[in-house]
Design a protein around this ligand. Structure first.
Ligand code: B4P
Length: 182
């Protein structure tokens, strides 16, 4: 199964993607994690990306597409995957569709996790990652509204969009996701 977990920063994509990956026995591909690893390793891509992440901006498409393309070509993705935090722009979404169409293996579903902004702010302020500072969170939410939210329309038109309520304990949200995916 090829699944995208979609939603604003802090809705629980990363939290739930790890669990779903165990349930469905497919790899969890988080672009946020990949970028943080590249940064920690001090690669040119990681250093470049880090500057954007610290400001709450999306990392340029060319950098993100490069790491995702490399990862999708690995053998463990043949049986499917859970994409977490990708795609985040229309260009990323269209490029992903082109790659998958070339292998005759299109996305099966895009699941939006829905949480209101007030709760997102509470969750992220508790997490304490370097990009969880209040001003940076505000910029990340703004970038989501401008660049990522329009993908709901894109995937709805493709007939593969659905949504789950992300309010509740991680176990409660996971049960809702599992009911949709199994
Ligand atoms: P990400 O790493 O994807 O950051 P995120 O959206 O905040 O993560 P996520 O939404 O998965 O966190 P979660 O809710 O699980 O991206 C970081 C940055 O990388 C971006 O700002 C951007 O600069 C760059 N980037 C990544 N992908 C990119 C792309 N495709 N294109 C361009 N740039 C890209 O967790 C949030 C908190 O909530 C946690 O503390 C968690 O414990 C808590 N939580 C989760 N579920 C909960 C629940 N049910 N109840 C209570 N707390 C909960």
């Amino acid at each position: 199964m090829r699944t995208v977990l979609f939603g604003a920063p802090g809705v629980g994509k990363g939290t739930q993607a790890v669990r779903l990956s165990h349930l469905l026995k497919v790899p969890h591909l988080s672009t946020g994690d990949m970028l943080r690893v590249a940064r920690a390793e001090g690669t040119p891509l990681g250093i470049d990306a880090g500057g954007y992440m610290d400001q709450g901006k999306l990392v340029p498409d060319a950098l993100v597409l490069k790491i995702v393309e490399d990862r999708l070509q690995q053998d463990d993705c043949r049986r499917g995957f859970i994409l977490d935090g990708f795609p985040r722009t229309e260009h990323q979404a269209v490029t992903l569709d082109e790659w998958l169409a070339a292998n005759d293996a299109p996305l099966d579903r895009v699941i939006q996790i829905v949480v209101d902004k007030e709760l997102i702010l509470q969750r992220l302020s508790k997490r304490g990652r370097t990009d969880d500072d209040a001003a940076v969170i505000a910029r990340r939410l703004e970038q989501y509204d401008q660049l990522t939210r329009p993908l709901i329309h894109y995937y709805s038109e493709h007939g593969i969009m659905c949504a789950v309520d992300g309010v509740g304990t991680p176990d409660e949200v996971f049960d809702r996701l599992a009911a949709l995916t199994c």
